[in-house]
Design a protein around this ligand. Structure first.
Ligand SMILES: [Zn+2]
Length: 196
């Protein structure tokens, strides 16, 4: 999930902690991925719901993960128009009252209901088989490069990325992105998890 930036609040908290002489209040670096991964996730198809209008930003985000600048990873991700082939579906919704740009749900089985959702508490111990990415058109960024970066972040969730709050220089930062592409930390995760 990516939400509107609370960078200012975080900065204030860190400054306050230092001023109070309590640097231990500042968290050590968080992990950027779960131990689990997308089952047989190296070479998969994605599918875009016909009512989803992000038909340019999604392929641009896919390019950012498949062809990261100066790096290599084993990920193969191609578009399909056959939903049953997909392991990563894209949907659009509209909630102007929300600060969420987009979010992702992971599933332990490919079903239409919610009964097989993989919860955060499970992601260190299981493999999941399917991910659904929901883009909030009511709160999406205007800038095209930022749009595709937000979608890239959600794609990384499907591959096992975990939101972090203490490092704005990674694609897994859970607030308004600072970077505009795949970062080397998560590229390494992709190599470790999927180079089989
Ligand atoms: Zn996220």
């Amino acid at each position: 999930m990516i939400k509107l930036s609370k960078k200012l609040i975080l900065s204030c908290m860190i400054v306050l902690a230092i001023c109070l002489g309590l640097p231990s209040m500042v968290n050590a670096a968080e992990r950027i991925s779960w131990n689990g991964r997308l089952s047989t996730g190296k070479d998969i198809y994605y599918w875009i719901d016909p009512s989803c209008t992000y038909t340019v930003s999604i392929p641009n985000a896919v390019k950012k993960i498949r062809y990261p600048s100066g790096m290599w990873n084993p990920i193969v991700l191609n578009k399909t128009s056959t939903k049953s082939y997909s392991k990563m579906d894209f949907y659009e919704y509209n909630d102007i009252s929300s600060t969420t740009y987009a979010y992702t749900k992971l599933y332990k089985a490919k079903t239409n209901g919610t009964e097989n959702i993989a919860y955060l508490s499970e992601l260190d111990s299981i493999e999941w088989v399917y991910g659904k990415i929901y883009i909030n058109d009511g709160n999406m960024a205007v800038d095209n490069d930022l749009k595709s970066t937000i979608i890239l972040h959600e794609i990384c969730h499907v591959y096992g990325g975990k939101d972090v709050s203490d490092n704005p220089n990674t694609i897994m930062y859970g607030y308004t992105p600072v970077v505009r592409g795949l970062t080397s930390d998560f590229n390494s995760v992709l190599v470790q998890k999927y180079n089989y």
